[in-house]
Write a protein that binds this ligand. Sequence first.
Ligand code: PCD
Length: 789
Amino acid sequence: MSTEFVDNDRKPVGYGRMLRKEDPRFVRGKGRFIDDVQLPGMLHLALLRAPIAHGRILGVDTTAAEAHPKVKLVVTGAMLAERGLAWMPTMSGDVQAVLATDKVRFQGQEVAFVVAEDRYAARDALELIDVEYEQLPAVANVRTALDPAAPVIRDDLAGKTDNHCFDWETGDRAATEAAFADADVVVSQDMVYPRVHPAPLETCGAVADYDAVDGGLTLWCTTQAPHAHRTLYALVSGLPEHMIRVISPDIGGGFGNKVPIYPGYVCAIVASLLTGEPVKWTEDRSENLTSTAFARDYIMHGELAATRDGRILAIRTRVLADHGAFNGVAAPTNYPAGFFGVFTGSYDIRAAYCAMTAVYTNKAPGGVAYSCSFRITEAVYLIERLVDCLAFELELDPVELRLANLLRPEQFPYTTRTGWVYDSGNYEATLREALRIADYDGLRREQRDKRARGELMGIGVSFFTEAVGAGPRRDMDIMGLGMADGAELRVHPTGKAVLRVSCQTQGQGHETTFAQIVAEEIGIPPADIKVVHGDTDQTPFGLGTYGSRSTSVSGAAAAMVARKVRDKARLIASAMLEISVADLVWDKGSFAVVGDPTSCVTIQDIAMHAHGTGELPDGVEGSLEAQVHYNPENLTYPNGAYICVVDVDPDTAVVTVRRFVAVDDCGTRINPMIIEGQVHRGLTDGVGMALMEMIAFDDDGNCLSGSLMDYLLPSALEVPDWQTGFTVTPSPHHPIGAKGVGESATVGSPPAVVNAVMDALKPYGLRHADMPLTPSRLWEAMRGNPQPP
Ligand code: PCD
């Protein structure tokens, strides 16, 4: 069943619509997630978290908790400090407390842990720990974090006298100022991309199992990057790397949330080392929302310079970035602001400049690539909102304005003013396809009629370019680990194959699409190719799955390793057919003698021969397998045009997303059905961020969004039937021409929704309101009282 082709006119090999191989286990409830891992004698860990955002720890009394009959162990920060484990490095060169020793720096921070016989006892015993705090004033407002009077959060850092985290700039300041000086028109707009949370269905967790006899540690954990995590655990704990095995089982959604290393994972390891038993830690929903990595939280001031007839000349932006209490950004080392540098978007812009200041606040750490390749969501939102602001000022149609400024096909490969080399695209064709599907002119006519009747209908357009597939080793690493990925392929004697990859599916369907990539190259049906991933003992090294990098990097590795196997198969076929390799032709799955298609051997015949007793060509070893390590030459640059149609209720300011057209160009499409699923997911995400989601804090740094009653996620009720389309502009450097797509829709949709709402509210003279566009916020804005973000 799992190999059934929905697109039945294709041969059952290679690319095309295909039901997911993983579905039978998921729909039967047979997936194996972290909480399904049960080991004999397993103990349970619970974390005590700070009730306040900022406070000095005066004392921790664990006596009563230790006396609990089911408690095996209680550990405080002080105890970890004795072992040199109270602090750990973050992925961005900062340090983060595993358990607080001196101060707590955000509400929900880890202070102590209990290990008990069962989960309930561990939780109960937390209540028996008595922590005495001296409450300190909290820095909850990013705008005042750098005030001289602001309390210093990171007094653990030697010589630190303020809350400054880092400064970053990109582009050419002088050229940009000159372009602005020459411009007929300048539009400027302040905008906030609020703090949001990836909120995966499955929260984070781990099971650590240390074997004191052989010195090996097995860690099952919710990680998007098992190999990188293993190396980091080895470096931090001093355990030898070859004795650490990280297993990432089925993952119930990642969305960037499962890229960082969290204190809970480290505590589970420590607990297993100390007790000699396996220890499980599973987060609850509030812990996930309040203490694991957030995303966005950028306050942006953007400006566009243009000619009066709508030629965009330059873009300039200042960003104030809230990084929380510890800089927990997970992005390549040299990119503290992720890939925000692509803020010139999809346009032919002559000059660009960005200056960013990042600060510490008393909030949870993070800054992860939540459904975007490291801050591209923020960059795309900035430029796409600014383009609409410019259209508003010039009274131009936002589509016309975009068409006049989009990069043209002959400009690729195109180097942006901030140094990114866009590989390929046909932006106008992509936008025109979206206009066609949406019947843009018809929509505008409908809007005119409705406006005349006092109804608020809005049409929003966005065009995005993403930069995914991090990344070339020369430019990108995470904590010194280059971002290249391995792949290993073994074809067994009967012609069935096993592909081993380092990336880690979290629901994207790699077990299906990666089998399809190999199938396309060597002609073995996808059903006969097993994809092994998520276990460092079973797979070659690589940096994992985030920033939509799997297809661009591991997918390329899979194609390359299959080609390597095919090359070997060709040599063996030449011996089998007793003909020179030059006289062989490949036809997906078999080699035949040129001009004599009946003299042929299939890949399955070759596999048996390779493992058998027959003659092999000189210098060719038996078996049919290969390994590669693929270092991408460049990122891939998927792009797309989105059109959103909304209705806004004039009395309640409730927004209804009525239609949404998404045309994506991700180059060669491996499995269109999976791509559509990915796009639907991302669009839903985008509607959520535009209209509902925000992690909010009060003035004391109390998190107000610690449950799904307070942090609203979109459901099927809030979203329309998505209409998708595509264009195909292959990536020139990727072996199969594919670009990533997993996050495209999250990146491209928020500005389309906001542009649509602003378009609906044009009769009110409104040009901008900040996300999330909740009814109360919009209602105030419609009455001329915009709420402070
Ligand atoms: N594809 C195809 N074709 C093309 C492309 C692609 O077919 N051209 C497909 C593949 O193969 C896969 C998918 O699709 O399966 C996706 O892909 P990509 O784009 O490469 O991506 P990846 O890497 O794989 O993944 C990742 C992503 C991300 S990143 C995110 S957020 C999200 C997405 O993915 N997540 C998730 N999606 C998803 N889904 C699900 N289900 N779940 C999840 O969790 Mo980050 O950075 O992490 O934030």
